[in-house]
Design a protein around this ligand. Sequence first.
Ligand code: NDP
Ligand code: MG
Length: 388
Amino acid sequence: MENAKRRIAILGATGSIGRQALDVVSKHRDMFDVELLTANTSAAELARMAVEFDANAAVICNKDKYGELSSALAGTDVKAFCGMDSVESLVQGDNIDMVLTAMVGFSGMRPTSAAIKAGKTIALANKETLVAGGSYIMGLAQEYKAPIIPVDSEHSAIFQCLLGATGNGIRKILLTGSGGPFRTWKTEDIAKASAADALKHPNWQMGAKITIDSSTLMNKGFEMIEARWLFDMAPSDIEVVIHPESIIHSMVEYEDGAVIAQLGCPDMRLPIQFALCFPQRFPLGNAPLDFASLGRLTFEKPDMERFPCLKFAFDAIARGGNIPCAMNAANEVAVAAFLAGKINFPEIADTVNFGMSAASFIEKPGLEELIATHEEIMAKASEKLGIK
Ligand code: NDP
Ligand code: MG
């Protein structure tokens, strides 16, 4: 790392990734200046974090919570703002080098675009931005020379496996996934799964939305699309491998048949720290892998019949244009409805399928067209499910 401190913004600071990122920062206070923190509604928690980390500014996206944030920050050095427009302009500030995108869903699209346009280094956790607008976002990153460093554990693993590739040919990406809580369940039992069942991820503690996405394997489909854009790989060269132990975080197969894997205990602080400190590694205080006690690692093919969302993701990226954006929008509506107890588990996949067929095709969507597609499909999916 350069000698100067890395000045960071954490968008979605109060979430699972955001909190773990601040934990990493707290272990390296000499290396980082926290400039900007954001949240959606958790005003009190945001204020507490902003004071603890001596942030320059804090933004609460939900404007109704501004009063709570500004009174909690009264008399401190932290400036309080509200709304997505504030996030968009503040991430572009000269006081910021790196932006960790850790908000959830399509809400990451506008601030990530803004940060890229200002040439910031992006530590990307918010995969939905790349799922919905991969071609647009990668084009923008190239145009504005904004590096994107993955935070998602699989993509961090792939990124690490590619270090030192020195131009050698890559045959395949092997994207691993635990298979989620319903890996061994029969179709008829999955159909009756409750939100509480789906929220019991076997290996990772994450926010609610990504935990549901993991249970449908939508998350693995999203990650395939994320890998397609981050590493410029054809979807047919990305193979999903179910690996229930979550020890191998993904692999790269080279032309000569050599497979390079990255392994570690499931702990998101590792890929978060790797992205924030890249290219340096530092101790994390985590338990080392103990191979003798692991005994064995196992692998399976994914079952796209029981988990159709994974197949939908391959279909969406094959159709291209704004179809992955439509898929993501329908999924956001469906996951929120499932978490609220308004629909059953199979209706998530049905809604995703519906959303993909309900979109009017746009071949090369820009930011405004992505936003329009997102809003149109959110509205259509909500109407179909009878949600206001
Ligand atoms: P959480 O739900 O735990 O946290 C989300 C954060 O974003 C919170 O700070 C929340 O604020 C904020 N937020 C939520 N909705 C909005 C909105 N509409 N506008 C602005 N801010 C919003 O999510 P995770 O930390 O689990 O996930 C964050 C991202 O990282 C997701 O894209 C996910 O796919 C990705 N990711 C997560 C992993 C994990 O281990 N958790 C692993 C790999 C990727 P508030 O607290 O006020 O609601
Ligand atoms: Mg992941």
